[in-house]
Design a protein around this ligand. Sequence first.
Ligand code: GCO
Ligand code: MN
Ligand code: MN
Length: 386
Amino acid sequence: MDPFTPTPADRFTFGLWTVANPGRDPFGEPTRAVLDPTYSVAKLAELGAYGVNLHDHDLVPDGTGAAERDRLVARFKRALEEHGLVVPMATTNLFTDPVFKDGAFTSADARVRHYALQKTMLAMDLGAELGAHTFVFWGGREGAEVDAGGKLLDALQWYRDAIDYLCEYAREQGYGLRFALEPKPNEPRGHAFLPTVGSALGFIATLRHPEMVGLNPELAHETMAGLSFPHALAAAIDAGKLFHVDLNDQVMSRFDQDLRFGAENLKTAFFTVMLLEEHYDGPRHFDAHALRSEDEAGVWAFAAGCMRTYKLLAAKAERFRADPEIQAAQRAYRVDDADTPWPPRYDASHAAALKVRAFDLATLRQRGPGLERLDQLTVELLLGER
Ligand code: GCO
Ligand code: MN
Ligand code: MN
C-alpha cells in the first residue's frame, strides 16, 4: 500500500462542519449542497480518517425537540459504528444564533450568558454520549468592535465565571472531559477576547480548575495575528496545555481562509508536524474547508490532501532527524561549555563570580551559527533533494 495513504491509526479527524461547508461567504450564497452527517462519516471513513468532531447544531439543529434529537443521535451513532469512526471532540455553536450577536459568555446581557451556559451543558451531554474526551471552546462572538460599553474587564471575568461553572458541571457529571480553549484574533468580531495562545495561557492560570483546561491552537488563527504557529505550539507544549490542535493553512494578514493543510506555508506545516509527532499524542484534527470554487469531488480531494500532506511531512520530519549533515549542523549550532554549565545554579558566590567574569566577546561576536546552511538543507530536504 502507498505509505502515505491514511489509516485510522494516524488518528486524523475532521469537523463535521468542515467537509459539509457549503461555500457560503459574506459576499455569496452557498456553492455546494449541505452534506448529511452520516454521509460525511461514510466518506471520511472511506478516505482513512479516524474520527469526526462536531458542534451541537452540526448534528442537532437548535430548537429540535427531544424525540427528534434522540432519533438524529441514534442514527449518527449507527453510522459511526458501521464505519468505525469515533468522536474524540465536541463543542458548542455559540455564534450562529443572533442571540449571540454581542457575545455568549461575554454578552453584557446576563440572560444571554445563562442561555450560553444552558446550551453548552446540553452540548456536553451530547459530546459525552458520543464518547468525546475533549470539549473545545472557540470564542466565536466573544469580542467587540466598540469598547465604549465599558465591559473590557468584566468580559474576562464573565468568561472565567462561565468556564469555572462548566468545569464544575463536567466534573459532577463524571464526563472526564478536558476543556480546550481555541484563541483567534478576529472574525467574526473586530477584536476577539483571548486573541492568541499566549493570552489564553495567561487566562487558564486564573481559573478554578486550571488542570482541566488547556488549548486548541489553530494554525490559521495565529497566522492571522501575524504570529508563528510553531512558536505558539511550542508555548502550549511547554505549558503542558496542548490538549487538541486545529490544522489548516492561511495567508498572513488576510481574512480567515481555512485552507487545506500545507496549501500555503509548507515550512510552517513541516515544523508543525515535527512538533506534533514528537510532543503530542492526540488526534490530528483538520479545521478547514474546500475552496468555494469546488464541487463535492473537490471536497474529498481537499480532505484526502490534508491527511496525505500531513503524512508526507511526517516522513520528511523523520528524514530530517536521520539526516547526518542536518544533525551535525544542529549540533554545531549549540555550544555547551564546561565553564558555563546550564542551567546556572544561583547562589551568592556564583553571582559574585559571574559579575566579574571576563568573556571573550570578540570571539562570541564573530561566531556564525550556520543557520543559512541549515535552513537551505531543510529546504532541499522538503524539495526532495535529500
Ligand atoms: C473558526 C474556528 C471554528 C472552531 C470550531 C470548533 O475560525 O471558525 O476555527 O471552526 O474551530 O467552532 O470550536
Ligand atoms: Mn478557524
Ligand atoms: Mn478552529
